[in-house]
Design a protein around this ligand. Structure first.
Ligand code: BEZ
Ligand code: FE
Length: 311
């Protein structure tokens, strides 16, 4: 009599019997072969192939496997409404920058993208052009930011949304710093009919990414510093155009070249000008202050918005 182990697979059926390490990958791929969504099937098939290939290449030991699973679980345990260690891990491994680079070509003069990071929050205050996003009296030199939003054909994008967030002059976001008012240094603006935006802020400082969780343990083991160069995050959006998530950097070459999250694209280095005399063009602020002019170019496409990684 035929036992269930000996019988041949019927069409569409897979008998998951493992001979040795070389038979595992194929058996797993076959088990997923009926996945309904073709994209999910393609992605999972490739994921299994690459993960299995990786495990075979490094000959992972039982102890290392246990350690790795514990590490992944610790990323989840350290993630909650106010902090996202999973996003942080993706950032310091260069995953976020690779996905951003793949999905944001610079063809036709489009502005490069940069990673969203773990500190984007919803419900930034809405401001009129020219307003100041600084809600406290923390020290730091004023920075006047202005520019124009255009489509790749040069059309100014009237009413385009320009959302910004940044760290303070001591290198902390509002959500990390109990001394800052809620949603300090965050804001949403709308460009004027000519696609022009402008706002006032303070010069941001570079900062270390959080190192008190599992990502900090990894960075220390790799003898990597945790710093990001000073930058301002931007989301620039308009109906009929692909939303741009990016950052504009404001720092010294050495800091720019060693971003722990690999986020600095050459075209995203801003020209922060220090004015030591006179007054600002708007707001009548006496020197010293900085100005930064930065234009954005969006390509036609779908307007979407990222999901905030924290509350
Ligand atoms: C940020 O720029 O906000 C950021 C990006 C990656 C890790 C930590 C912070
Ligand atoms: Fe940032």
């Amino acid at each position: 009599m035929e036992t269930s182990i000996e019988r041949q697979a019927r069409p569409g059926e897979h008998l998951a019997l493992i001979e040795d390490e070389h038979s595992v990958t194929g058996v797993v791929q076959a088990a997923m072969a009926n996945t309904i969504n073709p994209r999910l099937r393609f992605v999972m098939d490739s994921l299994v192939r690459h993960l299995h290939g990786f495990l075979s290449e490094v000959r992972l030991s039982d102890e290392e496997f246990e350690l790795a699973l514990g590490y992944i679980a610790s990323l989840g345990h350290a993630t909650h409404g106010r902090h996202n260690e999973v996003v942080l891990a993706a950032d310091v491994l260069g995953l976020s920058t690779l996905v951003t680079a793949m999905n944001n070509s610079t063809r036709d003069g489009r502005t490069p993208g940069a990673l969203l990071g773990p500190f984007y929050r919803a419900n930034a205050p809405r401001y009129a052009c020219g307003d100041c996003v600084v809600q406290d009296d923390a020290p730091g030199l004023p920075l006047f930011v202005s520019g124009t939003v255009r489509g790749t054909d040069g059309t100014p994008l009237s009413g385009a949304l320009v959302e910004i967030w940044q760290a303070s002059p001591v290198g902390l976001y509002d959500n990390q710093d109990p001394k800052q008012p809620d949603r300090n240094l965050r804001g949403c603006f709308h460009a004027d009919e000519g696609g022009n935006y402008h706002f006032r802020t303070v010069r941001p400082a570079g900062y270390p990414v959080p190192t008190d969780g599992p990502v900090g343990v990894l960075l220390a083991a790799q003898k990597r510093h945790p710093y990001r160069p000073a930058h301002i995050h931007f989301i620039v959006a308009a109906p009929g155009y692909r939303t741009l998530v990016t950052q504009v950097f404001a720092d010294e070459p050495e800091q720019l070249a060693s971003d722990v999250t690999f986020g600095v694209h050459r075209q995203l280095v801003g020209d922060l000008r220090l004015h030591e005399h006179g007054r600002s063009l708007w707001g009548e602020v006496p020197a010293p202050f900085y100005t930064l002019e930065f234009d954005f170019t969006l390509e036609p496409g779908e307007q979407t918005f990222p999901k905030p990684p924290i509350d």
